[in-house]
Write a protein that binds this ligand. Structure first.
Ligand code: ATP
Length: 488
């Protein structure tokens, strides 16, 4: 069984309707992508898994869908206008902009191991201390040239704000770089209208925008992406307890996907975002290395305090016991990129397998997307073995009877072998084939995606089998059990 590379994945994504380059007919735009029919279904199913695990499993978490455009004062208060910056350096000859960190790291990939380690240590130290002139000296010392023009004519390193801003005629709005601020600004609305008491959480899924200097590695780093964020409001005294709770539960959420426990690493962050007091990254082993998929941060009262100051409104809760004492709650944030988790699931589930036909003929390959059954875009496919003797009519009836409950496919466009291959490639867990025996005994052949094993089952049991095999219930039950035992 072979794990595939990124090129194979990108080609598969386009060929089978998962992900297309945006505006492709005009040459595309770097790092902006569109989700095709199957990619969208997959994305929705991942979102459903996250949403249910937050909203349904926790009685004290509610959802929100706040707007992308917000009052500009929000971004002043949140510190994004002043501090949401990345380092950048321009080459004066090619006029190309680079991230100094990536420029140096990519250059070092060509140097020997021993020197690379030494320089990387220096780079990390300079980055941690925001030591821009030392990073510039390192570029000079290493004689790094622009990969496009070959020139070493660099500008100084400068800060580059990552928010997109509309022009003044369009209101001068910023496109939000995180969904979190919509949650903070609605804190009082949600607390009052939903009668929430600390500890409680607000969860939201939505688009965010960042003007990334180097946006690449397919959908890993995009300029327009989707986040699934939870802001969990707590008493400052319980900060450690809830930080540990969310770290454990979020990791378990990932592990339940069954992509391989050895693919994850939790790493305490040493370079924190401006709003965070401390944080942990959940990293995943992508085809291009170990990279962050989710951040868990303690934002303390950073945001609510700033909004209180700038808006002159109170963001406080009363202590249960003493009505005269109030405080600004602390916040634990969990922030997962929907596109990144989709890429994690997709890249580790897509396989190129050698298969040996049962009759001993020569082996051939199959592409199979072994995603968890409950996430698959299509839950089952129904085929007639041949397009005659009433088989299509029976298959169509089965399809019509159950399509109300599940996203299914009816297909009779090619031979049965080809139909199976196509469903394997898009990750459909089960195929049901109507054949000559169906006419006599009301049974069909059921074929499993992963084992490729086939068995006969009565038509009457199809619904029940589907319910058992593709339900998210089991995994949610396990998560519920896990969460109720954290800290005990
Ligand atoms: P990175 O270090 O990779 O830039 P970050 O630390 O800036 O990420 P956060 O601000 O913590 O990321 O955002 C939370 C999550 O949002 C990330 O863990 C990631 O899954 C997702 N995310 C952030 N930036 C992007 C992007 N440009 N494209 C896709 N997903 C993103």
């Amino acid at each position: 069984m072979n794990q595939i590379n990124l090129h194979f994945l990108v080609t598969h994504a386009k060929h089978y309707g998962f992900i297309y380059p945006s505006s492709e007919i005009y040459g595309g735009i770097s790092s902006i992508y569109d989700y095709g029919p199957y990619g969208l279904e997959l994305k929705k199913n991942i979102q459903k898994y996250w949403w249910k695990s937050m909203i349904q499993l926790h009685d004290n978490i509610v959802g929100l869908d706040s707007s992308i455009l917000m009052h500009n004062a929000v971004w002043k208060a949140s510190g994004h206008i002043e501090k949401f910056n990345d380092l950048s350096i321009d080459n004066k000859d090619s006029k190309k902009r680079y991230s100094p960190e990536i420029l140096i790291k990519e250059f070092l990939l060509k140097t020997d191991q021993k020197n690379r380690k030494k320089f990387l240590e220096r780079l990390n130290k300079y980055l941690l201390n925001n030591n821009l002139s030392d990073i510039e000296s390192l570029i000079k010392e290493l004689n790094i040239f622009d990969p496009i023009s070959g020139s070493k004519n660099w500008t100084n390193i400068h800060l580059f704000n990552m928010m997109f801003k509309m022009n003044e005629r369009q209101g001068g709005f910023f496109l939000r770089p995180e969904t979190a601020q919509g949650i903070f600004t609605n804190f009082n609305n949600v607390k009052k209208s939903m009668r929430m008491k600390i500890p409680f959480g607000i969860a939201q899924v939505g688009k965010s925008f960042r003007n990334e200097i180097i946006a690449r590695q397919f959908i890993f780093r995009m300029r327009e992406f989707e986040q699934m964020e939870l802001q969990f409001f707590i008493s400052p005294k319980e900060e450690k307890k809830w930080y540990n709770y969310w770290k454990k539960l979020r990791l378990q959420w990932h592990l339940e996907l069954n992509l391989g426990n050895n693919k994850y690493k939790m790493i305490e962050q040493n370079k924190l975002a401006h709003y965070a007091s401390y944080g942990t990254d959940i990293k995943f082993n992508f085809p291009f290395g170990l990279k962050e998929i989710e951040g868990i941060h303690c934002r303390r009262d950073f945001d609510l305090k700033k909004h209180e100051f700038f808006s002159k409104k109170k963001f406080r809760v009363f202590k249960e016991s003493k009505q005269d004492y109030n405080y600004i709650p602390y916040v634990i944030e969990t922030s997962l990129g929907l596109d990144r988790i989709l890429l994690a699931i997709y890249s580790s589930s897509l396989k190129l397998e050698k298969i040996q036909p049962p009759n001993g003929g020569s082996s051939n390959n199959r592409i199979v997307l072994k995603i968890p059954y409950y996430l698959s875009p299509i839950k089952a496919a129904i085929f007639p073995l041949v397009s005659k003797q009433g088989l299509p009519e029976i298959a169509k009836k089965i399809f019509n009877d159950i399509k109300i409950d599940y996203k299914l496919i009816y297909d009779a466009k090619s031979s049965i072998g080809k139909l199976y291959r196509r469903q394997d490639a898009i990750g459909t867990p089960i195929c049901f084939t109507v054949d000559y025996d169906t006419i006599h005994n009301n049974t069909v052949t059921m074929r499993d995606r992963d084992t490729m094993q086939q068995k006969r089952i009565p038509i009457a049991s199809i619904s029940h089998i589907l319910r058992e095999k593709i339900s998210m219930k089991k995994i949610l039950k396990k998560l519920l059990y896990f969460s109720s035992n954290i800290g005990s």
